[in-house]
Design a protein around this ligand. Structure first.
Ligand SMILES: Nc1ncnc2c1ncn2[C@@H]1O[C@H](COP(=O)(O)OP(=O)(O)OP(=O)(O)O)[C@@H](O)[C@H]1O
Length: 306
């Protein structure tokens, strides 16, 4: 039985259909990524799973029980809009929130100390939340979500605002949750995080699911019609390639998706005429490429895909 079962849910706000007949399942002990361009309906779906808003149609079950204020208690939920009490001190706030989730004072204090220490944030115990930077309060919000040790976690854009060190720390903790057989669903625009963490994904576009399943299988199904190239020299030869789409381009690297039967050998030959080639490899497409080819370039602001 799936831990989270989303069955044909729809939701409109006035004339905007935010979510349209969406289905997906999240299995126990797995990390599930919810992806999609801005406005695709991810947060609306997440709010429905957390019973913050109610679907116009369709059903959601959590561990087999219809989503309700009761199932809300089974979930550690970090919403997109971060809500901490700015005037309260970090330590007392985390203890207060953990106690609301049912922990005794001693348990709440112990877990607060543990997680602040894990995030190198023990010094903040007596600081007011209002004095923290965006990234610092993001970490506190994350601790508040996980400290009571629920079995299900839902994070809406957990990496936004975090520097690379803290993103890495958060990633490690999410992977640890899976090792403890916890179930995690999170939304993100950070494709590299998804590639490194997720077992399964669901890609939304315009309120509908356009791609879902096991990440490994999805990548395999796209075939090895992509090359990555590392080179030294003038990168403008890349602009001369026809019938390709270039992603993840930098001064000495590019990921080239080969379209319409373009010959990979010709790409190599052209590259060798203009640059010193360090590496030329035929690979499965990156998730960025899968995202763009599925959703369509017109629907994406490139800045969305970090
Ligand atoms: N409370 C609301 N009232 C009116 N429209 C809303 C409301 N919430 C969401 N929408 C609309 O529903 C659509 C889906 O929004 P949603 O926030 O679910 O997208 P998202 O995929 O989470 O986007 P992003 O990646 O930008 O966070 C958008 O067109 C948005 O304007």
């Amino acid at each position: 039985m799936a831990v989270i079962n989303v069955n044909s849910i729809s939701k409109s706000f006035g004339k905007t259909q935010a979510v349209k007949e969406v289905n997906f399942e999240v299995e126990k002990g797995r990390i599930f990524g919810l992806l999609g361009p801005n406005g695709a309906g991810k947060t609306t779906a997440i709010r429905m799973i957390n019973h913050i808003i109610i679907p116009d149609a369709g059903t959601i079950t959590i561990n087999g029980r219809k989503a309700s204020s009761q199932t809300q208690k089974m979930i550690g939920y970090m919403p997109e809009e971060r809500g901490l009490y700015k005037k309260m001190k970090v330590g007392e706030q985390l203890i207060y929130l953990a106690r609301l989730k049912g922990l005794t004072y001693d348990e709440a204090r112990k877990t607060t100390r543990y997680w602040l220490d894990r995030f190198d944030a023990s010094d903040w115990y007596h600081k007011k939340v209002g004095e923290l930077s965006k990234g610092m309060s993001q970490k506190i919000q994350f601790i508040a979500t996980i400290a009571h040790d629920p079995d299900i976690y839902i994070f809406d854009e957990p990496f936004s605002g975090l520097d690379p060190i803290n993103s890495e720390m958060l990633k490690e903790i999410v992977i640890e949750l899976r090792q403890k057989d916890k179930t995690v669903l999170f939304s993100t625009h950070r494709m590299e995080q998804v590639e490194q963490m997720c077992d399964d994904i669901c890609l939304f576009n315009k309120g509908q699911v356009v791609l879902k399943g096991n990440l490994r299988e999805i990548k395999q199904s796209f075939g090895k019609n992509t090359v990555t190239i590392e080179f030294q020299g003038d990168p403008t030869f890349l602009d001369r390639l026809e019938q390709v789409r270039i992603n993840n381009r930098s001064t000495n690297f590019a990921e080239i998706r080969v379209l319409n039967g373009q010959d990979i050998q010709q790409i190599l030959q052209l590259a060798m005429q203009h640059a010193e080639i360090y590496k030329f490899e035929r690979v499965e497409p990156s998730l960025t490429e899968i995202f763009i080819s599925t959703v369509g370039e017109d629907n994406i602001n490139p800045k969305e895909l970090a």
